[in-house]
Every structure is written in structure tokens, then in C-alpha cells.
Design a protein around this ligand. Structure first.
Ligand SMILES: [Zn+2]
Length: 247
């Protein structure tokens, strides 16, 4: 059985995690009312994710380069497939826990910076604003459907990856990046409340390092454009300065 074959089966079994946290965190859990989200009128203060000690918090110390290198004898397509699958699963679990704070009321748009709201291209190829929870649900459902599609993620031994696999993975990467960008920009206080910042930072730094190594990331997407900067663009710069990511 191929390496990917074994992964493929676990992909098929993997259930979508609950959208709401299965473990109540008690009365002190911040509600969307007590932690106001106001993407249209952001605080002029530096975001918490850029502040010490949160910006340094990590499960993994050092540079991510070694973690993302292609293992000996591994096929690069399979390596990318396995890692993208893991990034999706981990991000989906985080979002499942944070979903109760990400509502149509708290996040009427898919915000990721002081003047940046992502739009979704609908079936009529029109660009539409969606509430963040709807946007994220569309992304996660779309990626799950790709993972379940044997033509894209072949699970049987002897089946080849399609020539379009790299470009499909780039699309996936761009959309997962947007989910990270929204969570950092709009929900970092809740991540801190859950004391998950070391885990979340390491997951994101790994995602960035992997995306750079295999050219899955378009760095325009990480930084944004003048007037529409992505909040996490500054985090990426900071981590490069700190030596966590390669420049
Ligand atoms: Zn949200």
C-alpha cells in the first residue's frame, strides 16, 4: 500500500469537527458581546499578535526550514498532499473551537485587515461579501470535497496525481491563508483566552514555511496591497526578523 493510500483512508474517515466547541469553557468565556469585533473601526493600537510575549509564543523553537524539507524517498506530490491535509485538519479544529465567537453579528464580513474584507466568487462569477462564518464554511466544505475526491487526492496505489494538482493546491493554500488571516485579525483575543497562541503560531509559521518551500503561497496574498494590507503581513515580517521564518 502506498504512503498516500494509508493517508487517503484516514482522510475518508475524518469527520468534520463540530462547529461549536464541544468542551464548554465556563462562564468566563468571552462572548461576541464582551469582545467587540469592529473590523470597520480597528483600534489604532498594535495588534496583540505582534506584541511580546505572544509573537514569540510557539510549540516549535527555531527555524521551520528543516520541518518542511522533503523526506528522503518521499514523492513531492504525496508530501504536499499530506501536509495540506494536516494544515486543513488543524485549522478546521481551531475554527471549530472559535466558531462560537465568529458569528454573522460579530463578523459581518470576512475581515483580515483594517480596510480589507475578502470577497467570495459565487456561481455567477460575481464577487460577493459574505459574513465570515459563511465564508469559512464555504472554504472548509470546498477543501473537504477536494480531499474526498479520488481524482484529486488519489488514495489507491498506482494512481497518479493529476497535472492540475499543484495549481489546485495553490488555490487551497490561498483560501486557507484567508482563514488564518481572519482568525488573527478578528479573533486573536479568543485564541489568547484559550491559551492556544503557541499552538496557533506554530501551525501558522509551519504553514507559511511550507508554502514558501513548495511555492504554494503567493506573497502578495500574505502582505496585501497598499490600502488593503493583510494584518498577518506584519507578523510574517516579524517572524522573518526573529529568524523563525526564512527571508
Ligand atoms: Zn470571525
Amino acid at each position: 500500500m502506498s504512503f498516500l493510500g494509508s493517508i487517503g483512508r484516514s482522510m475518508q474517515r475524518a469527520p468534520r469537527p463540530p462547529k461549536r466547541s464541544p468542551t464548554p469553557t465556563g462562564g468566563s468565556h468571552p462572548s461576541s458581546d464582551s469582545v467587540p469585533q469592529s473590523p470597520s473601526s480597528p483600534s489604532p493600537q498594535k495588534p496583540l499578535y505582534l506584541c511580546s510575549p505572544f509573537v514569540e509564543a510557539a510549540l516549535v523553537t527555531g527555524n521551520f526550514k528543516t520541518i518542511v524539507m522533503l523526506p528522503k524517498y518521499a514523492d513531492v506530490m504525496e508530501w504536499v498532499a499530506v501536509n495540506v491535509f494536516d494544515f486543513y485538519q488543524n485549522l478546521n479544529l481551531f475554527y471549530g473551537v472559535l466558531a462560537e465567537c465568529c458569528t454573522q453579528h460579530s463578523c459581518p464580513t470576512m475581515s483580515a485587515g483594517p480596510s480589507l474584507n475578502y470577497t467570495w466568487i459565487n456561481q455567477d462569477r460575481k464577487s460577493v461579501q459574505l459574513p465570515a462564518p459563511t465564508y469559512v464554511d464555504y472554504v472548509m466544505t470546498w477543501v473537504q470535497n477536494l480531499l474526498d475526491d479520488d481524482n484529486i487526492f488519489p488514495t489507491k496505489s498506482g494512481r497518479e496525481f493529476s497535472p492540475t494538482f499543484p495549481s489546485t493546491m495553490k488555490h487551497v493554500y490561498r483560501q486557507l491563508l484567508r482563514v488564518f488571516a481572519h482568525l488573527y485579525y478578528a479573533h486573536y483575543p479568543q485564541i489568547l483566552h484559550l491559551r492556544s497562541e503557541p499552538h496557533f503560531n506554530s501551525l501558522f509559521a509551519h504553514f507559511l514555511a511550507f508554502g514558501k518551500e513548495y511555492e504554494l503561497l503567493d506573497f502578495k496574498d500574505v502582505k496585501g496591497q497598499p490600502g488593503q494590507l493583510v494584518g498577518i503581513g506584519a507578523l510574517w515580517e516579524k517572524w522573518k526578523e526573529m529568524g523563525i521564518l526564512e527571508s
